[in-house]
Design a binder for this molecule. Sequence first.
Ligand SMILES: Nc1ncnc2c1ncn2[C@@H]1O[C@H](COP(=O)(O)OP(=O)(O)OP(=O)(O)O)[C@@H](O)[C@H]1O
Length: 283
Amino acid sequence: MRTGRRAGDAVLPEEVGAEDGPGERRLRIDIEDLNVAYAGRTVVAGAHLIAAAGEITGLVGPNGSGKSTLLRTVYRHLKPVAGRVLLQGTDIRELSPVRSARHIAALPQERGEDFELTVREVVAMGRTPYQRAFAGEDAADRDMVARALADVGMADHSARRFTELSGGERQRVLLARAFAQATDVLVLDEPTNHLDIRHQVELLALLRGHRRTTLVSLHDLNAAASVCDRLHVLHEGRVVASGAPRDVLRPALLAEVFGVRAAVVEHPLTGDPLIAFDHREGA
Ligand SMILES: Nc1ncnc2c1ncn2[C@@H]1O[C@H](COP(=O)(O)OP(=O)(O)OP(=O)(O)O)[C@@H](O)[C@H]1O
């Protein structure tokens, strides 16, 4: 087993014997009283939420409401000013970068525009937390990379240069990199960005199929309503509503937070809440 553990690292209870893939381990994320600031300006204030094990937890909110900032703190790109992010009770800042990368994979909003690599090489980056220095890939790594590429429909493009792909194709490759990381937790910042409708639907179905602990920001409220088990609404850096999509996405909230007029009806095919926006007028 390849552990990569350093003296003093915290031990996660589910970790024993489960180093090489997500398997049936299911870890939860607790975000406690999180405050995050850029150059002294607070943009996330007192955020408190749970991403339950094996569930899809959605973050929605207007532009600038703090979704990406909150997610960046969860995948350790940013340090909070106050509060904590716990992975199954362990503060993520107590984990070494390698161990953190074995538990939490991210699709950041920064989309690797400068990768001078092939598609396959980008996806294979997801396997580095499991590889000993200079040891390179083994058969299991190669298998996981191939599976992740197939999952996002990019298997036939593995030899292409990343920089020559379209926006949606790049997005799918970076998702494959996160899948190849085989973590319990996925943190995805607007994963459907740039994707055409078929690839959006396929991706959301894939996330539902994985049943990993998923924290995802989405602009498409109808997609959020159909894919998320729970939703948290961010408004000016604060969580202003939390709950099941049908309890949260009500016309009054849509008017107050997003400034739009909308009716919420039942989706004729799925029974999910379907938000019918009035594109002619604001709230
Ligand atoms: N690197 C940064 N430096 C300074 N301020 C930032 C930085 N990134 C974001 N901000 C500010 O923090 C606030 C929250 O931004 P954030 O990107 O988290 O919002 P968001 O909800 O993800 O928005 P969007 O829906 O537009 O992606 C905004 O006011 C934004 O201008």
